[in-house]
Design a protein around this ligand. Structure first.
Ligand SMILES: Nc1ncnc2c1ncn2[C@@H]1O[C@H](COP(=O)(O)OP(=O)(O)O)[C@@H](O)[C@H]1O
Ligand SMILES: [Mg+2]
Length: 444
C-alpha cells in the first residue's frame, strides 16, 4: 500500500476483480427456479478506485456482493480475482456488512482479532495488527469494551476494523452506513473517505453497495447503476469531483439529478419474454407499498407553490422532509399510473395529475380507479375476474400464486396489498381481510 502517498486519479490502473456475465436465480418455495435476480452483469474493479453499486432495494445488490466475495455461487457467469476464478471465500477480499455481525461475548479487540483467526498468523503479530486497525478506525481506548457498550457507529467501526485487519486488497461493503442514524453515518463516511484519500488503509480498492444516490456520489469514483427485476447494469457513471466533495456543489447536485432520472425511468415489466402471458404489459411487476394518502399528498405538493406542477426531486424531498431515495416508491407509482413523469431529474405532473390535484374526493377516486384499470394490468385482471364470475368474488390466493411465478413470496404479498389499497380507494373492488377475498364494490 502506498503509505503516506496521496491518491491520484491518474494512477496506472490494474484490474483486481473481473465479474463476467453473472446471472442469479434462487429456488422458490416450491423448489423451482425463481425469476432472474441478476442478469448478465459484468464489471471490473481496478486498483485505486471506489466503485459503487447503486440500485433500489431488492434489485440484487447484496446477491452480487455475496457472489463476488465467494460466499455464494452464481447460477451463471464467472468472477475472477487477480486472474483466478473465485470458487469460495478469497484471501484478499474482506466484507463489511450492514448489520454489524459482532460477537456480543467478545471484546472489541477479540472481535477484531477474530478476522485473523483463520489465518496462520502468530499471536503477537495478530495483536499488533488488530491494535493498529482499531487505532486507525478511531476506536482507540475501546479495545476492552463489549459490543453492547458501544453505539451503532462505534460497532460499525469494529466491523470495519475486522475487515481491515486482514489487509485485504479489496474491501466489499454492503450498505455499511444504512443502519446508522444520519449524523453518525455521515461522520463514518467522512472518516473512511479521509483514510482512503490519504492512502492510510491497507486496501487497494473498494466495491460498495448502496441504495442512496447521494452516498454514491459522495464516495465513489465510478457508479454502476443496477436496474431492478432483473438486476442488470443500466448505466455506469464516472464521478470526477475532487475529495472532499461538497453536497451543495452544483456539479454534485447535477450528478444526483442525472442518476435520479436514470433510476426513475418507467419500470419495465418483470420476466422479459413472459409479457405476453397476460393481456396488457407488466402483470408481473412488483409494486411498492405506497398509501393513496401519500400519493395524493405528493401530487398536491407538486401542484402547489412553489413548484406549480414541476419539482426538482431533491428539493421536493427536502420540503417533504424525506430522503431523496424515500421518494422512489412514490414517484415510481405516480409515473406508473401516469399522474406524473420524470424529466431531467424533475418530477412533472401530467394533465391527469393536474386534474387530480384540482378535483374533489369523488372525482379523484374515479380518476384514480380509471388509471388503475388502464395502466395497472393486475388491477384490470382482478376486476375482470370479478366481473366475469357469477359470484363476483375471488380469493386473494388466486392472484398471489400467479404473482409468485414472477417474484418472491414477499414481493407478491406486498404487490397484492398495494393493489388492494389502491383498488379500494379507486372503488374498483372491495376486499375482506378476514376471508382474504375480493368482491365487486357495486355488483350489477
Ligand atoms: N437466499 C435467497 N433465496 C431466495 N431469494 C433470495 C435470496 N436472497 C435474495 N433473494 C431475492 O433476490 C432478490 C434480490 O435480493 P438482494 O440481493 O438482497 O437485493 P438488494 O441487496 O439489492 O436489496 C430479492 O427479490 C430477494 O427476495
Ligand atoms: Mg441488500
Amino acid at each position: 500500500m502506498q503509505d503516506g502517498n496521496v491518491r491520484t486519479s491518474f494512477a496506472s490502473k490494474k484490474s483486481l476483480l473481473e465479474v463476467r456475465n453473472i446471472s442469479q436465480r434462487y429456488q422458490t418455495g416450491s423448489g423451482e427456479l425463481g425469476p432472474a435476480v441478476l442478469d448478465d452483469v459484468s464489471l471490473d474493479l481496478k486498483e485505486d478506485e471506489i466503485v459503487g453499486l447503486l440500485g433500489r432495494s431488492g434489485c440484487g445488490k447484496s446477491s452480487l456482493l455475496r457472489i463476488v466475495s465467494g460466499l455464494i455461487f452464481p447460477s451463471g457467469g464467472v468472477v475472477s480475482y487477480l486472474g483466478q476464478k473465485v470458487a469460495g471465500p478469497v484471501d484478499g477480499v474482506a466484507m463489511v456488512f450492514q448489520s454489524f455481525a459482532l460477537f456480543p461475548w467478545l471484546t472489541v479487540l477479540a472481535n477484531v482479532e477474530l478476522g485473523l483467526r483463520a489465518k496462520q498468523i502468530a499471536r503477537d503479530e495478530a495483536r499488533r495488527r488488530a491494535l493498529k486497525a482499531i487505532d486507525l478506525i478511531g476506536l482507540d481506548g475501546f479495545e476492552s469494551a463489549f459490543p453492547k457498550e458501544l453505539s451503532g457507529g462505534m460497532r460499525q467501526r469494529v466491523g470495519f476494523a475486522r475487515a481491515l485487519v486482514v489487509h485485504p486488497n479489496i474491501l466489499l461493503m454492503d450498505e455499511p452506513f444504512s443502519a446508522l442514524d444520519v449524523l453518525t453515518a455521515e461522520t463514518l463516511r467522512t472518516d473512511l473517505l479521509d483514510l482512503w484519500v490519504e492512502g492510510r488503509m491497507p486496501i487497494k480498492s473498494i466495491l460498495m453497495v448502496t441504495h442512496n444516490i447521494e452516498e454514491a456520489v459522495l464516495m465513489c469514483d465510478r457508479i454502476v447503476v443496477l436496474s431492478s427485476n432483473p438486476g442488470r447494469i443500466a448505466a455506469e457513471i464516472q464521478v470526477r469531483l475532487q475529495h472532499p466533495r461538497d453536497r451543495l456543489d452544483p456539479e454534485f447536485r447535477q450528478l444526483v439529478d442525472k442518476i435520479y432520472a436514470l433510476m426513475t425511468k418507467r419500470p419495465e415489466p418483470v420476466a422479459p419474454g413472459r409479457e405476453g402471458a397476460f393481456p396488457g404489459l407488466g402483470f408481473g411487476m412488483a409494486l411498492p407499498r405506497v398509501s393513496t394518502n401519500t400519493l395524493a399528498g405528493m401530487i398536491e405538493e407538486i401542484a402547489a407553490e412553489p413548484y406549480l406542477g414541476r419539482a426538482d426531486l431533491p428539493a421536493l424531498a427536502d420540503s417533504l422532509q424525506m430522503e431523496v431515495d424515500e421518494l422512489f416508491p412514490v414517484s415510481e407509482t405516480l409515473q406508473l399510473l401516469r399522474f406524473a413523469e420524470i424529466e431531467e431529474g424533475d418530477i412533472k405532473l401530467t394533465p391527469a395529475g393536474h386534474r387530480f390535484a384540482e378535483a374533489d374526493v369523488d372525482v379523484r377516486k374515479k380518476l384514480f380507479g380509471d388509471h388503475l384499470l388502464t395502466y395497472l394490468p393486475l388491477a384490470a385482471r382482478i376486476k375482470l375476474v370479478l366481473d366475469e364470475r357469477p359470484t363476483h368474488t375471488a380469493r386473494a390466493v388466486r392472484f398471489l400464486e400467479e404473482l409468485e411465478d414472477y417474484m418472491s413470496e414477499d414481493y407478491a404479498d406486498r404487490t397484492l396489498k398495494s393493489v388492494v389499497n389502491w383498488g379500494r380507494y379507486g372503488e374498483l373492488f372491495a376486499y375482506d381481510e378476514t376471508s382474504e377475498t375480493f368482491s365487486l364494490e357495486n355488483p350489477q
